[in-house]
Design a protein around this ligand. Structure first.
Ligand code: ADP
Length: 426
């Protein structure tokens, strides 16, 4: 079955957020990890989100990666491709939103591209081309101090002009309030005048629904999960989706096997969730110093799990309280200790899968990324949410057979997150 909506996400977390938003708005959605193999067999889906890591790489690399993702999506039938960016327009004057947007438009034969990072649910709104984060203009928000891409200008027309070859246009809220016909006419007029990227205002979800409807008539758009919501709702309204309410049920068909939880998040919520899990499951607290010292701690953890896992789920956690984390970081450096522990937790996750684990919960954003990379999982079908923002995922094309995963970053989930997650994974 051909897919209706394709998306290229500039980072993995953004891809997950978009894939979850599309699913919640009625599209059967697969998220791939990197540019998929040409032979990847997809289940019946409406949308595919290709996760890349191109937000902060040189613009020419971002363009090349986006172009090959686009080719894959078009070959699978995608009539529209959304370039998924951060809702804070995270980028520098050297790119990559402008160059990728223009390259995707060129690849589709030219034409105007609607661009909006608006996502009202998370407080991101755009008015007269200016991005607001909560109640503040972007350049007065905490994003002005972003470590990689500090944002000093809230005027997105100016920001995008500095990144673009062509002039950048604006479609303001008054035009959007006048409806899809008015927006389309303005977009066409700007395109005829030689403009490619057009910043679109949006304050409410209804504005994004209007933009989604217009975008669907064009080959490319650029935006955050808010525009994804608009596109999904427009697709549903168009009657082209045969969603029967069972969108996510298929994703949680039982997979059997053993189950485990691996945690590397040191967030307050995760630490509390581990304490609660300890009441009902065996929990192994890894010794971070020993993890850094060599492979013995990993081998000991696997052996500990081997003695218990056939009786029920086990938890293995590197997570520690802030004092312990700072001590390790001051001894070994922040990056080095984080990376070494991610490597260790990913090896533990892979060893557990090698021993029959098919239902896996991973706590920690970076920890999850490292585990998914090591397990070489090509793609996921998005299932129902365990907690807001954290869906059950079903592997697609996985060498070890179908698995169910829950990848939870930082502060997500209630105190019983781990038992709630496992209760949805059979
Ligand atoms: P979160 O989603 O909560 O930010 P991440 O997995 O993204 O979680 O980040 C947590 C980081 O902390 C990872 O790099 C992980 O390897 C590291 N880490 C885990 N346990 C410890 C520890 N005991 N000491 C120091 N760093 C740790």
């Amino acid at each position: 079955m051909a897919i209706l909506l394709g998306s290229i996400a500039d980072d993995y977390t953004g891809a997950s957020d978009l894939a979850n938003t599309l699913t919640k708005n009625g599209l059967r959605t697969v998220q791939t990890v990197g540019i998929p193999d040409p032979a990847l067999a997809l289940p019946d889906v409406d949308a595919v989100v290709v996760s890349l890591k191109i937000r902060s790489v040189p613009a020419s690399d971002a363009v090349a990666a986006a172009a090959s993702a686009e080719r894959w999506l078009r070959q699978r039938g995608a009539g529209h491709v959304l370039y998924k960016i951060c809702s804070t327009f995270d980028s520098t004057d050297a790119g990559n939103i402008g160059p990728v947007t223009e390259a995707l438009s060129d690849a589709a034969g030219g034409g105007g591209v609607l661009v909006t990072p608006a996502f009202p649910e998370t407080g991101r709104t755009v008015y007269l081309g200016h991005l607001f984060v909560g109640g503040q203009p972007l350049n007065e928000s905490p994003l002005k101090d972003h470590p990689l891409n500090p944002m000093h200008d809230a005027n997105l027309v100016r920001v995008l002009t500095r990144q673009s070859r062509n002039a950048v246009g604006l479609i303001d809220l008054t035009t959007i309030a006048a409806g899809p016909g008015a927006v389309k006419a303005r977009l066409d007029a700007l395109s005829t005048a030689g403009i490619t990227a057009v910043i679109a205002d949006a304050i409410f979800e209804r504005d994004l629904e209007t933009l989604g409807e217009v975008a669907l008539e064009t080959p490319v758009s650029t935006g955050a999960s808010g525009l994804g919501l608009g596109l999904a709702r427009a697709l549903l309204r168009s009657g082209r989706i045969s969603s029967d309410g069972a969108t996510t049920a298929d994703a949680i068909r039982p997979v059997g096997g053993l189950s485990a939880i691996v945690a590397g998040s040191c967030s307050k919520a995760t630490l509390h969730q581990l304490d609660i899990a300890e009441r009902s499951m065996p929990v192994l607290r890894l010794d971070p110093e020993r993890l850094l010292a060599g492979p013995d701690e990993i081998a000991a953890a696997i052996s500990w799990a081997g003695d218990r896992i056939s009786a029920g789920p086990v938890v293995i956690a590197a997570s520690a309280a802030p004092e312990t984390v700072s001590r390790l970081q001051s001894l070994h450096g922040r990056e080095a200790s984080g990376h070494a522990i991610e490597t260790a937790t990913s090896i533990i996750a892979a060893e557990l899968v090698g021993r029959g684990v098919r239902r896996l919960v991973v706590a920690g954003g970076e920890t999850s990324g490292a585990a998914v990379d090591r397990l070489a999982i090509p793609a996921f079908l998005i299932g129902p949410e365990i907690a807001p923002g954290v869906p059950v995922l079903r592997t697609v094309g996985n060498a070890q057979g179908d698995m169910l995963l829950a990848l939870k970053s930082g502060n997500f989930g209630g105190e019983d997150f781990f038992t709630s997650a496992l209760a949805m994974m059979h």
